[in-house]
Design a protein around this ligand. Structure first.
Ligand SMILES: CC(C)(COP(=O)(O)OP(=O)(O)OC[C@H]1O[C@@H](n2cnc3c(N)ncnc32)[C@H](O)[C@@H]1OP(=O)(O)O)[C@@H](O)C(=O)NCCC(=O)NCCS
Length: 279
């Protein structure tokens, strides 16, 4: 155990971890009104690593101070979360969490916020800023798309591994089993969509070629019945970016896709659309 008390989060720590996650608005897309459904923090605990920096004696409210989480894609580690409550920032806690999360060998990647401390910490672990990751929103059904068919996570796992940097069949199956999640295929492309009453979230999606990924996303959007807003996180170099912006979609937020050299060789940002939380 580190001096900071950083350790693996147990089931009993999840309310404290979610308390920090809520403070940063991370759980908004995960079943609002349905708090008993699993979320990406469960996925990190199941399929990756979830670390907590617990409350220390004297901390007001006994809340956790921070947490961080990863998911695995084959040998690749995707850093999904690194969050420290404002009162405890800039005192080494993020560094301690990250040291635990990125201790293993293998390629590493993340979507970094604009927080200078986060960028600096990731660079120190060998990750380099690569391209922007644009969080786009637009009307869910306004774009025409080619026909798609419903598929299974098993069927698309190999293609996903080829574009995203490694196999994560169990994570895809876990996600596909959540309410509202459907996997679609079009030609040599695939796209997962999670549809709720007023929102559709696209990703992960990918394709053997950039055009296959574009087709799968547009086709999946076209058959998604949600009348409201669609959301998608697209690498800045992906051919979907000009298509969606030309159709009136808006950039709502921006992260930086960062990866070390080994991960750079495996991830294909021109034919891969990550899930914002699952990578
Ligand atoms: C990003 C975050 C997790 C870092 O945790 P933290 O506990 O505040 O950071 P630490 O004190 O462990 O380390 C920060 C490091 O950045 C360095 N740093 C600070 N400002 C910097 C700057 N402008 N440029 C470069 N480095 C900087 C510090 O020197 C420090 O390194 P050191 O301890 O070796 O001196 C935390 O600040 C946070 O939760 N931020 C808001 C949420 C967020 O954006 N999270 C990132 C999601 S990708």
């Amino acid at each position: 155990m580190l001096e900071t008390g950083v350790r693996a989060a147990a089931e009993g720590d999840m309310p404290a971890v979610r308390g920090v996650a809520r403070r940063f608005g991370l759980l908004g897309g995960w079943g609002p009104g349905l708090p008993d459904l699993p979320d990406f923090l469960d996925a990190e605990r199941l399929f990756g690593t979830l670390l907590i920096a617990p409350a220390q004696p004297g901390d007001e409210g006994g809340q956790a101070r921070g947490f961080g989480g990863t998911l695995r894609r084959g040998g690749l580690t995707h850093l999904g979360d690194l969050f420290v409550l404002p009162a405890h920032q800039s005192s080494g806690l993020g560094r301690a969490l990250l040291a635990g999360l990125l201790a293993g060998d293998g390629p590493k990647a993340t979507f970094a916020s604009s927080d200078h401390r986060a960028l600096a910490l990731y660079v120190r672990h060998g990750l380099r800023p690569w391209c922007p990751l644009l969080y786009l929103t637009g009307p869910a059904t306004a774009l025409p798309g080619p026909p798609v068919r419903v598929t299974s996570p098993d069927e698309v796992a190999a293609l996903d591994a080829a574009v995203a940097g490694g196999d994560r069949g169990r994570t895809l199956a876990w996600y596909a089993a959540l309410p509202g999640v459907t996997a679609y295929a079009a030609g040599e492309g695939y796209a997962f969509v999670r549809a709720t009453a007023d929102q559709a979230l696209v990703g992960p999606a990918g394709g053997a070629a950039p055009r296959d990924c574009v087709n799968a996303v547009l086709g999946a959007l076209a058959v998604t019945a949600t009348p409201g807003t669609a959301k998608i996180a697209v690498p800045g170099t992906h051919p979907l970016v000009p298509v969606l912006l030309a159709a009136g979609w808006r950039i709502r937020d921006l992260d930086t896709l960062m990866a070390d050299d080994a991960a750079l060789a495996l991830i294909h940002p021109d034919r891969y659309v990550p899930h914002p939380d699952l990578g």
